[in-house]
Design a protein around this ligand. Structure first.
Ligand code: 5GP
Ligand code: MG
Length: 178
């Protein structure tokens, strides 16, 4: 990584693993006989989803969606559009959304609305990191990894300008990373 970038480890790989163990226990308990459809929100959740589903011990299907919030730099405008629609039928399924971060809540509430319109049997939300201080719209998180401050995070799937997704820890990108 270039030397003018300030990256501070915020949550280590070991802590992430422990937390995903705990989340998987909760999900294993709740979904044992449901054959859920797990929907990952690309791109940021790809590593989290891969780590989570390998700890789930029941049959499940996996699909992806991709959302884009019209954003500049590290802020979100509130307008969301779907770049990739899930391809597996939603109706009648028990849906578990797997998302990296709940920040303003705009992306998740958009996705929840989209999925609810397609009449799932149930709809729950699993989020690795929650930033409640930035929330603009209410969302209910059923499975939560960490509660974090409002800082911009990279690593463990999360990017800044499509970089840093491969870092194993969750890191705070400092001022001179801008
Ligand atoms: P929202 O503001 O709609 O809740 O979040 C929109 C999306 O912005 C999140 O799903 C996530 O992909 C991205 N996002 C929010 N906070 C951060 C952050 O700290 N770092 C990175 N890389 N992406 C973030
Ligand atoms: Mg995301």
């Amino acid at each position: 990584m270039s030397s003018d970038v300030d990256l501070q480890v915020c949550i280590t790989e070991a802590d992430i693993n422990k937390t995903i163990d705990r989340m998987a226990d909760e999900i294993n308990r709740d979904y044992r006989d449901k054959n859920p459809l797990v929907i990952g929100v690309l791109i940021g959740s790809f590593i989290f989803l891969a780590d989570l589903v390998r700890r789930l011990t029941f049959p499940l299907d996996i699909d992806f969606t991709r959302l884009s919030s019209y954003s500049s730099g590290t802020t979100t405008s509130g307008e969301v559009k779907m770049l990739l629609e899930p391809s597996i039928e939603i109706q009648g399924r028990d849906i578990l959304i797997v998302e990296d971060i709940a920040d303003t809540g705009y992306s998740i509430s958009y996705l929840m609305r989209y999925l609810k319109e397609r009449n799932p049997n149930s709809l729950r939300l699993c989020v690795l990191a929650d930033k409640p201080s930035n929330r603009k719209v209410h969302i209910d998180i059923d499975y939560k990894g960490f509660t974090v401050p409002g800082d911009f995070l990279v690593g463990y799937g999360l990017d800044y300008q499509s970089k840093y997704r491969n870092l194993p820890d969750l890191c705070v990108l400092g001022e001179n990373g801008e």
